[in-house]
Design a protein around this ligand. Structure first.
Ligand code: SF4
Length: 222
């Protein structure tokens, strides 16, 4: 598939910007915190993720203490976040696989490709999680494509239908202008949550309707 036309991408960006503004999230340089937070975000909402993360930070002195604790104690702590058996095992596996003391600085010093390779080599860490860490913790040029971003982008014709995850991430990097990685990720995600729902997209009230082939087809079929 050819990358989408740049002018069209800019029009999509501008319309999303009018609705949702320009999100701003300066890098915090805490890659390990971001990694654990992202693991906790799997299959739950932001609120439950945050409750689980704060409980973990409250219940254990540091990441080494989480690593060395009985799994049952970690699992109990993060239970509000859902699928806690899987997540607690994954978090402890990750913490055993890294040097906790140097992880953040090592990642900060790496190129995007090297950082991504390191992250996806960790237990249960895929391309989306790696992109969250690289982008939100360090401001490096990678962009997470979650279920909302993937759905909205596919309906808009920015992604190939049924493209695998790896291709979605590569395509997102291809069409997103430099310096607007967080904006594209956050605003497509917001649009998926608020308007372009999975089962019943609200095309009639969508700011992107005139730019969206799926919306056009759905309206024609009404
Ligand atoms: S027009 Fe419909 S399908 Fe297209 S982005 Fe908007 S809500 Fe989604």
């Amino acid at each position: 598939m050819q990358p989408p036309n740049r002018a069209r991408v800019r029009r999509i960006r501008d319309r999303l910007r009018l609705v949702y503004g320009r999100p701003f999230a300066p890098p915090h340089e805490q890659g390990l915190n971001e990694l654990i937070l992202t693991v906790l975000s799997q299959s739950t909402n932001d609120r439950n993720r945050d409750v689980a993360y704060l409980a973990l930070r409250r219940d254990f002195e540091d990441w080494a203490a989480v690593r060395d604790a009985p799994n049952a104690a970690v699992e109990l702590s993060i239970r509000p976040g859902g699928i806690s058996k899987v997540k607690s095992a994954r978090i402890q596996d990750i913490l055993r696989a890294i040097d906790i003391d140097t992880f953040d600085d090592d990642l900060a010093a790496m190129s995007v490709d090297a950082g991504r390779d390191l992250l996806v080599s960790l237990p249960g860490v895929g391309r989306k999680t790696a992109a969250c860490v690289l982008l939100f913790a360090y401001g490096k040029r990678d962009i997470p494509v979650d279920t909302h971003v993937s759905r909205v982008g596919t309906r808009l014709g920015l992604f190939r239908e049924k493209a695998p995850f790896e291709e979605l991430h590569d395509a997102m990097l291809e069409f997103t202008p430099r310096g607007q990685e967080i904006e594209f990720h956050v605003n497509l995600l917001r649009h998926g949550r608020r308007t372009c729902h999975s089962r019943a997209p609200k095309c009639g009230e969508c700011a992107l309707l005139r730019l969206c082939p799926t919306g056009y087809n759905l309206r024609q079929a009404d």
